[in-house]
Design a protein around this ligand. Structure first.
Ligand code: PGA
Length: 249
């Protein structure tokens, strides 16, 4: 793992955007794995700026999002479909035919999950996967205890995740209980991953993921086994790391 600690959220976001733009310039038909949540918003803002001012071209990019709540239609303002269109896709020149987000309204969830895995394969695999991390160490909706080899499937959200996400819903009862999520095995198959984390409420999760043992109880710790993982954090999220950064990687 390469660990990069930046002073601020803005610098963290710009560092990630630089990597995405570099990969995209080298491979215009990049297969890009995308995440939702508050963490990648700065990255998406910077990518939009690069598109508008530097002509960064997304027209040949294929995207796969990590997850979606079950039971929320794309028009719901808390669905991840809505999030992605509002915060990134509608501002860049991505081809809607190349956008993939799990279908939270799928009637046959198992068949949908298999189709999603097949689509990733058909696209040639994910070149670069963007990740956030939950305060409980989750990646996507792979909550603590998730199988380290898991594939795209339905997961039950933990109490902690429901509490963390309640801020986006009128009432805690409105937070969906289930989600479709890429598995840890799916994420590990990406050729490169970037995990972003900011803020002091992520410091324990970052510490456990980077310097703790590899355990299903901290799903992000599995990234220690990835051949090309970059962890970019702000100072607050990196505050508990004790390793010498020159020695990571
Ligand atoms: P956040 O969520 O970016 O809103 O903190 C990250 C996550 O839960 O993976």
């Amino acid at each position: 793992m390469l660990v990069i600690v930046k002073d601020t959220y803005e610098e963290m976001s710009k560092e990630a955007a630089k990597i995405v733009a570099d990969r995209l310039r080298k491979k215009p038909n990049l297969v890009l794995g995308l995440a939702t949540g508050s963490t990648p918003l700065g990255l998406y803002k910077e990518l939009i700026r690069m598109h508008k001012t530097d002509g960064l071209d997304f027209s040949k990019v294929t995207t796969f999002n990590l997850d979606e709540y079950i039971g929320l239609p794309p028009s719901h303002d808390q669905s991840y479909h809505y999030f992605m269109w509002e915060n990134l896709f509608k501002h860049i020149n991505v081809d809607p035919r190349f956008v993939h987000i799990p279908d939270g309204m799928a009637t046959d969830i198992d068949a949908f999950c298999q189709w999603y895995e097949d689509e990733i394969k058909r696209a040639g695999g994910i070149d670069l996967q963007i990740l956030g991390i939950g305060a409980n160490g989750h990646i996507a909706f792979n909550e603590p205890g998730s199988s380290l080899g898991s594939r795209t499937r339905i997961k039950t959200l933990t109490k902690k995740t429901i509490e963390d996400n309640a801020r986006f819903f009128p009432r805690k009862e409105d937070v969906p209980r289930y989600a479709i999520t890429m598995g840890i095995g799916t994420i590990m198959d990406a050729k490169e991953v970037i995990l972003l984390a900011n803020g002091k409420n992520k410091a324990d999760a970052v510490k456990a993921a980077v310097e703790g043992p590899i355990t299903a109880m901290v799903p992000a710790s599995m990234l220690q086994m990835h051949r090309k993982a970059t962890i970019i954090v702000d100072k607050e999220a990196g505050a508990k790391l004790t390793g010498e950064f020159e020695n990571y990687g």
